[in-house]
Design a binder for this molecule. Sequence first.
Ligand code: PLP
Length: 415
Amino acid sequence: MDTLPRAAAPRAQTDQELDARAQAVLGGGSTHIVRSYRPRIYVVRAQGSRKWLIDGRELVDYTMGHGALLFGHSHPEITAAVAYQAARGTHYGAANEAEIEWAERIARMVASVERVRFTSSGTEATLLALRLARAFTGREMVAKLVGHFHGWHDAVQVDGHGGPAGIPEETASLTRVVDPALPAVLDQALGDGKVAALILEASGAHYGGTPLPPGFVDQARELCTRTGTLLVVDEVVTGFRVARGGMQELLGVRPDLSTFAKAMAGGLPGGAVGGRAAVMDLLGPAREGAEPVVEHPGTFNANPLCAAAGCAALRLIEETDAIERTSATAAELEAVWRDRLRAQGVPGSVRRLASIVHCELNDPDAAARLPALMREAGVDLFRTSAFVSTAHDDADIELTATALDHSLARLAAGS
Ligand code: PLP
């Protein structure tokens, strides 16, 4: 630690000390709503499938960078690519080859992608996709599905009842929120030809946590085509994780636009919109001197550091069995989780989408308590879900089984 620069060297001794400093200086006392639970954990180091806390405790990590770390923490190849690039400049203020390779890899793996534009996050990607759709169709309205998350910009963070504070009603009124359990409602929402784009998680809300009715995405595709609405499939979590070609490959659907982030950037910030050339070319024809129809600046779009991490991660996804391997490990976790629920007599269900495992407990109070109990027992879930990486192994699954026994027994006993 002595060799670290001062800014990087941890100085605090306890969670309580850091909590007090966080409350005094961070908006909301935290940096993300998902990490604002109590008691909070403060991490000092992570490697592979594990992370270490300020008091020295070791946790099996299934948050995996909110799903961004398909290869676990600090995978050697991704770390080497980042270190190599960091020493050669993090921003050239000019074009470079890595951004092209990054886009080529995306276009090669995702069949519907003819062109790619990079952003710095998933939120920016869905923002840009809707902007492009509005410009392409000349329509103002957009549609989304109840409970589907697409980031925190105004158009997608409405809940159908006016949206959270800070979003003007006029803005919220431009988003139609559709309940996918009522298919006729989608017809009504798109039928008047006023909607530029329907955006959805093709896996169902929360990356497969709440699956869509069978055939829903096909119907949505057909309805979008019939009404001149662009279909935007949000693959921020599912892209390059559930299949090389994302959820759209598994379902055999071809969206007009797709949004990506997380796994595609190898654990660094990065996002992208990809899709039909006719729509993407609104960003600017490749001709010299031609003006773009849709302007999209962004200081850190495809910066060389993130591009290096992204290229390394996508190379591993394209050329190794990472997706198959993580899915197999997740299947073991799914079986263990289901078995422990049954053994401990806690009513609930477990479902899996490739390397993502979701647990739903029937009792909402029990579901709210499970993550904290699991942390106490040495396992950090992402809410009540788990992102499995190539770094997770049998030892992690065994520790998780023990932690589940401990936590579910406490829940069953009501203690
Ligand atoms: N879309 C989906 C499906 C997501 O799950 C998320 C974030 O979790 C986003 C978009 C927003 O991405 P970001 O957090 O990178 O802005």
